[in-house]
Ligand binder design. Structure first.
Ligand code: SF4
Ligand code: SF4
Length: 163
């Protein structure tokens, strides 16, 4: 019994490891330095494990396709959507989202002339590497471009008044 176990263990020793070394083979001592190296083409990132079909990653919003029906706001269980009354569009907070896709299911979207059917204004992407230092970073807020500047100022003023 012991001999058989030893044999199995020894066999494992010569087998290739089953782990996926992401982002590089050994954990980098300095992530910023690694990113700089990758940008200069001096290092390569080992890709993460591929996502399956239908994966629910970061939600993307196309304001051009939004008809302002507010259905997404009504169904969102995480309160991750905000109504922008002056634009009649929405703002999506990725940091609040729980990736349930209820809003995608309910979104009617818009049909442009010449198209056969409407295309939803919301869709789940395959993006999941979305860690950030700031929950209000551009990467974590989906909104029409014309809403960006006033909103940024609002957030900055609120942060300053909080001290
Ligand atoms: S995916 Fe779910 S939690 Fe995220 S915004 Fe849509 S309804 Fe809300
Ligand atoms: S994103 Fe879709 S569901 Fe939400 S307001 Fe726009 S059209 Fe309606």
């Amino acid at each position: 019994m012991v001999n058989k176990m030893m044999f199995v263990l020894l066999k494992q020793l010569v087998k290739k490891p089953a782990t996926n070394p992401f982002p590089v083979k050994h954990a980098p001592a300095n992530v910023t330095a690694l990113i700089e190296k990758v940008q200069k083409g001096e290092a390569q990132i080992n890709p993460p494990v591929p996502v399956p079909e239908g994966f629910r990653g970061k939600l993307l919003y196309d304001p051009e396709r939004c008809i302002g029906c507010r259905l997404c706001i009504m169904v969102c269980p995480a309160d991750a959507m905000e109504w922008i009354p002056e634009l009649k569009k929405i703002r999506h907070y990725v940091s609040r989202c729980m990736f349930c896709a209820l809003c995608v299911d309910v979104c009617p979207g818009k049909k442009f002339p010449g198209e056969e059917k409407a295309v939803k204004a919301l869709r789940m992407s395959e993006e999941f590497l979305i860690a950030d230092y700031d929950k209000y970073s551009d990467n974590l807020i989906e909104e029409p471009p014309e809403a960006k500047e006033p909103f940024k100022k609002e957030v900055k003023d609120a942060a300053e008044s909080e001290g």
